[in-house]
Design a protein around this ligand. Structure first.
Ligand code: NAD
Length: 286
């Protein structure tokens, strides 16, 4: 099967970047969110990212314009789903919300359409099970920032067919991505390794073993991380990290308990960059 047209559902942190990847790969890309305000917010974040890339000389203004001319964000979810070959779901990390999207896509999309999820931790098999096309359901776990990170982790559900797997690899290769295929299990491989370490950075911070800056600097200068774990947590959202750790804790056991400092920060509404404050303060002084 050849992919020509793609739907990205959810235009938050990940969806807006995934839209750029698809459009840059030359695929007609249709994007939706729950309200016009959130669509506009997603488009603004894409504009600011792409303009920044152009300013740094990493992309020409012509490329930026071509990407936007390939994206359509004017249709409703039902209209979008009725005509695409591939759906990439990038909504909240909540299995019920994701299942609802899969159910809806299954009832509206043409029967050949492949349904993918960008979930960080949840079961692709479980999402596929609410559809009549589990063999056409697969995980495409893009990593933040999706437009720049070379790798996408592909997650095969219990029923995913070889044809679906091969089609999605070919689509992602055209988008300029490398892939690694893993078996469906909580957090797959990358997050199973990475998120418990980020969670542990909150434990270390709460125990006052070092300051946030020192913890991050140790990982950047000592371990070669591009970003320290606490700064990275602020970038991907403390609420998302907490949701992922809660899934690990429930599915994999006690050693994955979320750090109490992480729970407290989320309760305080300090979700990271997106709310202006997380571990660090991003608010500009008046
Ligand atoms: N943030 C990260 O670093 C990261 C990295 C890899 C994967 N992920 C995964 O990507 C997914 C999205 O995460 P995010 O960080 O972009 O979240 P986010 O909260 O920034 O964005 C989610 C978007 O989905 C929209 N949405 C919710 N329900 C919808 C619906 N029914 N129809 C259309 N839009 C809907 C919301 O309005 C919001 O704009 C999650 O599954 C997350 O685990 C996140």
């Amino acid at each position: 099967m050849k992919i020509k047209e793609v739907a990205v559902v959810g235009m938050g942190t990940m969806g807006s970047q995934i839209g750029i990847v698809c459009a840059r790969g030359g695929f007609k890309t249709r994007m939706v969110d729950v309200s016009p305000g959130l669509v506009e917010k997603g488009l603004n974040s894409m504009r600011s990212f792409l303009n920044n890339q152009a300013r740094k000389g990493k992309m020409t203004q012509e490329e930026v314009d071509t990407i936007f001319s390939t994206i359509d964000s004017t249709a409703t979810l039902d209209e979008v789903l009725s005509g695409v070959d591939l759906v990439i779901e990038a909504v909240y990390e909540d299995i019920e919300v994701k299942k609802e999207i899969f159910r809806k896509a299954d009832s509206i999309c043409p029967k050949e359409t492949i349904l993918t999820s960008n979930t960080s931790t949840l079961s692709i098999t479980e999402m596929g099970a609410v559809t009549s096309r589990a063999e056409r359901c697969i995980g495409t776990h893009f990593l933040i920032p999706a437009a720049l990170t070379p790798l996408v982790e592909i997650v095969r559900g219990m029923e995913t067919s070889d044809e679906t797997h091969d089609t999605v690899i070919s689509f992602l290769t055209t988008c300029g991505k490398e892939t690694v295929t893993v078996v469906d299990s909580p957090g797959f491989v990358i997050n199973r390794l990475y998120l418990p370490m980020v969670n542990e950075a909150f434990v270390v911070l709460e125990a006052s073993l070092a300051s946030a800056e020192e913890i991050d600097r140790s990982c950047v200068k000592g371990l070669g991380f591009p970003l320290g774990p606490l700064a990275a947590a602020d970038a991907f959202g403390l609420d998302i990290l907490l949701a992922c750790m809660r899934i690990f804790h429930r599915e994999l056991g006690e050693k994955y308990r979320p750090a109490s400092l992480l729970v407290k920060l989320v309760k305080a509404g300090r979700l990271g960059r997106k709310t202006g404050r997380g571990v660090y303060d991003y608010r500009t002084s008046p």
